[in-house]
Ligand binder design. Structure first.
Ligand SMILES: Cc1cc2nc3c(=O)[nH]c(=O)nc-3n(C[C@H](O)[C@H](O)[C@H](O)COP(=O)(O)OP(=O)(O)OC[C@H]3O[C@@H](n4cnc5c(N)ncnc54)[C@H](O)[C@@H]3O)c2cc1C
Length: 284
């Protein structure tokens, strides 16, 4: 598909320049990271493509256990970064290996992936479970929880500059689980869990299911089954049951609602067992 309305392709070198262009051109401008969604979703009136690729936002950094990822870092750059390798048992590269294909990961950026809010997004499901924040700039800078970014398909005259992941406390673990028809296909359903333990008791839990087929969302009833528990088999079982009952699953051309409900149960259970294994120092 062509983009006949596009008359201008600009590559600003600074954030101020990029924001100025977006403000000036309004609805007729479309910022891109990797640009993958441009052809799929860009409205017909787009005349100016603002490529964010020259902005100094291509990095993956660690500071006192906290991780900051610049919006322009590609999924491949994040996947291969030594900074994320050991974060919570390597759950980030584990998830990124399952996103699309190597060719798409070479192009897709973290910023574009979070803003595009594709409902099957594996990145969003895991980052919600990890408690990520995002930094936005429209001239002024503000930091908000990733959860608060949605529902938004596109940010007008605002650029997502960075995603921040909290420091991984010693007794915490996370895991990700994806169900798809083939290795390169988008998720029929994905799940991610995060737990933080103190003295053998769970004090913080996040359970997320995505591709339901809606965008990833937390499941508070499942989380409540974990907080206060010792993460034993019965609390995992209860949490998985609560996830199955409370997840807003629906039918689409990929799967029925009933099938997805079972996937929520299995995905949450497997993911919690994996997280518990990580806490114990093993894989499962
Ligand atoms: C064939 C195919 C298979 C896929 N498989 C998977 C999969 O298995 N798992 C998965 O999770 N995803 C999958 N995806 C989704 C894919 O990961 C996203 O399309 C991609 O991540 C978008 O990244 P991008 O950098 O190209 O975004 P872009 O297309 O550049 O941008 C997407 C949106 O975000 C806006 N934007 C971009 N950067 C910024 C910024 N910094 N600030 C503000 N707004 C911004 C754009 O204006 C646009 O609205 C698949 C996509 C395709 C086409």
């Amino acid at each position: 598909m062509g983009l006949p309305s596009v008359k201008e392709f600009v590559r600003p070198g600074t954030l101020d320049e990029a924001l100025e262009l977006l403000r000036e051109r309004g609805e007729r401008a479309w910022p891109i990271g990797g640009g993958i969604d441009l052809v799929l979703f860009a409205p017909r009136e787009v005349e100016t493509v603002v490529d964010l690729g020259r902005l100094p936002l291509r990095y993956v950094r660690e500071n006192e256990g906290r991780i900051s990822i610049g919006a322009i870092a590609t999924l491949r750059e994040v996947l291969e970064s030594p900074v994320v390798r050991d974060y919570l048992g390597g759950v980030i590269p584990e998830m990124l290996h399952q996103v699309a294909s190597p060719l798409l990961r070479n192009l897709a950026t973290i910023g574009g992936t979070l803003v595009s809010a594709n409902p099957w997004s594996d990145v969003i499901t895991l980052f919600l479970a990890l408690g990520a924040d995002v930094v936005l700039s429209d001239g002024k800078t503000r930091t908000i929880p990733l959860e608060k970014l949605y529902p938004a398909r596109a940010l007008r005259a605002t650029i997502l500059t960075e995603v921040r992941l909290p420091s991984s406390a010693r007794e915490s673990a996370a895991a990700f689980w994806k169900f798809s028809r083939t290795a390169f296909d988008v998720a029929l359903l994905n799940c991610a869990t995060f737990v933080r333990m103190v003295g053998g008791r769970c004090v913080e839990a996040r359970v997320v299911a995505g591709g339901t087929p809606q965008l990833g969302a937390r499941l508070p009833r499942a989380e409540a089954c974990l907080v206060g528990s010792g993460l034993d088999d019965s609390s995992i079982e209860r949490a998985a049951e609560a996830a199955r009952e409370s997840a807003d699953v629906r039918e689409d051309r990929r799967a029925s609602a009933d099938y997805r409900r079972e996937l929520v149960l299995v995905g949450v259970k497997r993911s919690l067992h994996e997280a518990r294994g990580r806490l114990a120092g093993g894989e499962r």
